[in-house]
Ligand binder design. Structure first.
Ligand code: NAX
Length: 327
């Protein structure tokens, strides 16, 4: 049987954590033959640590055959020790009256500390996924704070946007969601993301031709996907958690186990692809094989798409500029 791998999860007592940990421990992320050791991080506050203990009691009570160990931590320097996978979910939410600059600064502090801790103690091959918002910028901060780790090991979660777009296209075309190939989402995990179905196919046929409605694309599809998080909050009273956890599972599973040529979306540091400045943590279409992702290159970008990409890039660069002095 396989040797256990170490999976660190931050914000482990939060609502995404509650929807995520049981699925990791059951083998849905890394395979039904891969034992895992969970290294769980929460803030050093009694209430959070108590809540974490409760979640761990429930994990125990599942008697998961693949759960080879479990640890509670309040310090990233111990939580990230030798970790092979790190899911950075915990972040500082925007409080009432909090300015954007304050939000960026509070998160910069968290992700600088966590990036340094990963740099110091994690496995040299650690795969990092940042879920906590602003996800792309937080991932950028963690990457910049970990100069001894490969930059490519730091990623941000765009998969929820990708999955939301798949489900809207399935509903529009009346086709099964699993039949949709080659969807791309570009840019920031925010309402400015650009979900792009120009290359998408269903059973070999062009989705763009099937829909053939640029007004629907610009005025219904993109706003629906972009504002989906707000629509969930309005309906449920709390933000999306199960779908976010599901997207995190999808992202890590595909990165680790591969996509068999299929396209998925990951936020990854640019090396200049599609004219995006180097190091910007940008949503790109990727394929994954042998534990590595590769950006799908050479796609034509038309005027409408370029405008959308410019807009989400400008937002990301604004965020990045807003934290530069803190790094
Ligand atoms: P919760 O507030 O339920 O849980 C967050 C948990 O993180 C709390 O238990 C908190 O104590 C902990 N935490 C905060 N700072 C920490 C730190 N420095 N170290 C360790 N733990 C820390 O939020 P939840 O609904 O679980 O959402 C978590 C994050 O995901 C938020 O930032 C949210 O905005 C973000 N999201 C990102 C998505 C994406 O697609 N990238 C979608 C879903 C979600 O909105």
């Amino acid at each position: 049987s396989k040797k256990p791998v170490r999976v660190a999860v931050t914000g482990a007592a939060g609502q995404i954590g509650y929807a995520l940990l049981f699925r990791i421990a059951s083998g849905e992320m890394l395979g039904k033959d891969q034992p895992v050791i969970l290294q769980l991080l929460e803030v050093p506050v009694e209430k959070a640590q108590e809540a974490l203990k409760g979640v761990m009691m429930e994990l125990d009570d599942c008697a998961f055959p693949l759960l080879a160990g479990m640890e509670a931590h309040s310090d990233p320097m111990t939580a990230f020790k030798d970790t092979d996978y790190a899911l950075l979910v915990g972040a500082r939410p925007r409080g009432p009256g909090m300015e954007r600059a304050d939000l960026l600064a509070a998160n910069a502090q968290i992700f600088t500390a966590q990036g340094k801790a990963l740099n110091a103690v994690a496995s040299r091959n650690v795969k990092v996924l940042v879920v906590g918002n602003p996800a792309n910028t937080n991932a950028y901060i963690a990457m910049k704070s970990a100069p001894d780790l490969p930059a490519k090991n730091f990623t941000a979660m765009l998969r929820l946007d990708h999955n939301r777009a798949l489900s809207q296209i399935a509903a529009k075309t009346g086709k099964p969601v699993a039949s949709i190939q080659k969807l791309a989402v570009w840019g920031n995990h925010s309402p400015t993301m650009y979900a792009d179905y120009r290359f998408a196919t269903i059973d070999g046929a062009s989705v763009k031709d099937m829909i053939n409605d640029q007004v629907w694309n610009a005025e219904t599809f993109l706003p629906t996907v972009g504002k989906r998080g707000a629509a969930i909050i309005a309906a449920r009273g709390v933000s999306s958690a199960a779908s976010a956890a599901n997207a995190a599972i999808d992202h890590m599973r595909d990165w680790a186990l591969g996509t068999n040529g299929g396209w998925v979306t990951m936020g990854v540091p640019s090396k200049g692809e599609y004219g995006i400045p180097k190091e910007v943590m940008f949503g790109y279409p990727v394929t994954c094989a042998n534990g590595e992702y590769s950006i799908v290159e050479g796609l034509p970008i038309d005027a409408f798409s370029q405008e959308c990409i410019n807009k989400t890039l400008a937002e990301l660069q604004g965020e990045q500029d807003g934290v530069k002095h803190l790094l």
